[in-house]
Design a protein around this ligand. Structure first.
Ligand SMILES: Nc1nc2c(c(=O)[nH]1)N[C@H]1C(S)=C(S)[C@@H](COP(=O)(O)O)O[C@H]1N2
Ligand SMILES: [Mo]
Length: 402
């Protein structure tokens, strides 16, 4: 293997076994290997005021975005790791491309390689895009619809907007010799293999149709104007505008280019819609994100009665720009238009605010309902799916008026 990755095995119970010897020059560091073995699944600091931990993942607290600018700073951007953040050396990192959809059909043993320096020579593309986990809002299936589902119990903080910079995947595919016969690409991560309930699913990978791959997908090496940090896929990850987070493969190490449809656990048994409202045997794999809104308030925020509060929030959609947001403070009996704050940047969210003057103390619920350019509006409820994806219903945000 040409890439400097520390390989380790996810034990499934949240612990890790490091298989390869960790290469260190300093003998003192070598003695500390047991500490390295116990390293957290996430590298960056996760202060309680910014994050809620869920196993190998870290959810952004929405109140940590109050008064913060348009983009989510890296120090509070959510992290979703199937296993753990690998430390990949940008100097030795290589992207390997192979498959029947490339000229002369190179096999993985004779893959076409790109280093970071090669990517940096390609035309630079920058875009502001929302990244969201397909399971964002999952806990609300139980909380609001009385239909609990398994999986990471995100509230609404499995989302963020950043400015991504990199090369177009299309430019890399063209230089690698993509042919008209190519149907799908399968990017794969360099993080440890995913073992769940004793089943080895292999490395994180998920197919993308060639039309999307050649359209607006980036191989990003910068996030918010700094080199892509380890937890977010450094040195290079995919940016797949409008599509669920799982297609944004981090630490991408190889891409198969195929002349047929491809499958992986991430588009067959996971990240697919299962349940009574979907076809038997499973519905379509999850692709685009749905319309959602969140308030920049903690759950059960305390607000003083008899005063006017400026309450802010943000709305986003994987389909089209947000065109309108309404807020209700009376259980949906009446709705008031929210005031937009600035315009959305690129494929990022729309920020907005309302003024609220709660008269008397008590437990209350805030509702925000967005519409987007396709004419869609957030519904009151969404059909249940067993893995709890795409919770796009209006969220009931509890607050305490004191
Ligand atoms: N290689 C790899 N890529 C990955 C993942 C992963 O575990 N391994 N998680 C995916 C999921 S489910 C999401 S939601 C996003 C999260 O990106 P972030 O951690 O930068 O917020 O990365 C995606 N890319
Ligand atoms: Mo995700």
């Amino acid at each position: 293997m040409t890439t400097g990755v520390q390989d380790s095995q996810f034990a499934g119970d949240g612990s890790y076994r490091v298989d390869d010897t960790v290469e260190v020059d300093d003998p003192v560091e070598q003695q500390q290997e047991p500490v390295e073995q116990q390293r957290d699944s996430i590298v960056k600091p996760l202060p309680d005021e910014y994050f809620v931990r869920h196993d190998t993942n870290a959810e952004m607290r929405w109140d940590a975005m109050a008064g913060v600018g348009y983009r989510v700073p890296i120090d509070r951007f959510f992290v979703r790791n199937h296993t753990r953040t690998p430390i990949v050396d940008p100097e030795t990192w290589r992207l390997e491309l192979f498959g029947a959809g490339l000229r002369d059909a190179p096999t993985s043993d004779h893959a076409i390689e790109f280093g970071l320096a090669d990517l940096l020579e390609l035309p630079v593309h920058t875009s502001t895009v929302t990244l969201e986990c397909a399971g964002n809002g999952r806990s609300l299936f139980a909380e609001q619809q009385d239909s609990p589902v398994e999986g990471t119990p995100w509230k609404l903080g499995g989302v963020g907007v950043a400015r991504w910079r990199g090369a177009r995947l299309a430019d890399v595919l063209e230089r690698a010799g993509v042919t008209d016969e190519a149907v799908e690409v399968m990017p794969q991560g360099l993080d440890p293999r995913v073992v769940m309930d004793g089943v080895d699913h292999g490395h994180v990978r998920r197919p993308l149709p060639i039309a999307k791959a050649l359209d607006d997908v980036l191989l990003a090496y910068e996030m918010n104007d700094v080199p892509l940090p380890p937890d977010h896929g450094g040195p290079v990850r995919l940016v797949v505008p409008g599509w669920v987070g799982v297609s944004w493969i981090k630490w991408v190490g190889q891409i198969e280019v195929a002349t047929r449809q491809l499958f992986s656990p991430w588009n067959t048994v996971m990240y697919r819609m299962f349940g009574p409202s979907y076809p038997e045997g499973g519905g379509d794999p999850v692709t685009r994100e749905v319309l959602k809104s969140a308030f920049e308030l903690p759950w059960n925020a305390e607000l003083v009665a008899g005063r006017t509060h400026v309450v802010r929030g943000r709305s986003w959609s994987g389909d089209a720009p947000v065109t309108r947001v309404e807020v209700s403070t009376d259980e949906g009996a009446t709705w008031c238009p929210a005031r937009p704050i600035g315009a959305a940047e690129g494929a990022g969210w729309q920020c907005w605010e309302i003024e609220w003057h709660p008269v008397s103390p008590g437990n209350r619920v805030l509702l925000a309902r967005a519409s987007d350019g396709t004419g869609a509006t957030q519904p009151d409820s969404v059909p249940f799916n067993t893995q709890g994806y795409l919770f796009g219903a209006v969220a009931r945000h509890p607050v305490r008026v004191t």
